[in-house]
Design a protein around this ligand. Sequence first.
Ligand SMILES: C[S@@+](CC[C@H](N)C(=O)[O-])C[C@H]1O[C@@H](n2cnc3c(N)ncnc32)[C@H](O)[C@@H]1O
Length: 213
Amino acid sequence: MTCSHCRGADEFFDPGTARDDLESYRRSGPSRQTRALLEAIRALSLNPATLLDIGGGIGAIQHDLLQAGVQTAVQVDAAQAYLNASQSEATRQGHADRVTYLHGDFVTLADQVAAADVVTLDRVICCYPDVAALVRLSSERAARIYGVVFPLDGWWMRLGIHVLNLAFWLQRNPFRTFVHPTAEVDRITRENGLERRFYRRMGLWQVIVYARP
Ligand SMILES: C[S@@+](CC[C@H](N)C(=O)[O-])C[C@H]1O[C@@H](n2cnc3c(N)ncnc32)[C@H](O)[C@@H]1O
């Protein structure tokens, strides 16, 4: 992987983190924010057939949507440990043969990734420095629905992220987190022809779903 930031993500989201997240998912299901995102996507009643899940982690979104009628999914993820955990859960739920796994930085790999009816980035925008490239390339690939979860952009959030990044720096891990302006994510997504259909603030996070008119 060429991007040093993504090498950091691969290191940070290690097999131990992936195992813990998978156990938590098997015990309690998706997080509150992921559940809200899934409900908003299903509420659009667009019967999507394909999913592109960028940074899907242990695959909570794809496991749910593949059970709900989506036929095939692609997961692009910078962390190999998460891809392994996601595949192991897909095998357990009986749909691994309908998922394609791609390891690496989505922005670098975007040329090789086809459009899908639904594109999701659940807590991924805050893991990437170049928000413009990530949002432009991912929203371009959303044929019908684009769903994102990312942090609110208040000053207190920026302060918290600085502290977190200091900890990464002290650990000599190149991975960093970011608070990108909501207005920029919104502008790029709308420029790509999508309309906002759902918005909810949930703690430190915001859940937004866009659709093509
Ligand atoms: C905080 S985790 C979120 C995982 C999962 N979506 C969730 O909400 O539990 C961030 C995920 O984004 C992935 N990621 C970050 N930047 C990425 C990029 N440029 N391309 C692909 N995956 C990326 C990481 O590897 C990780 O799986």
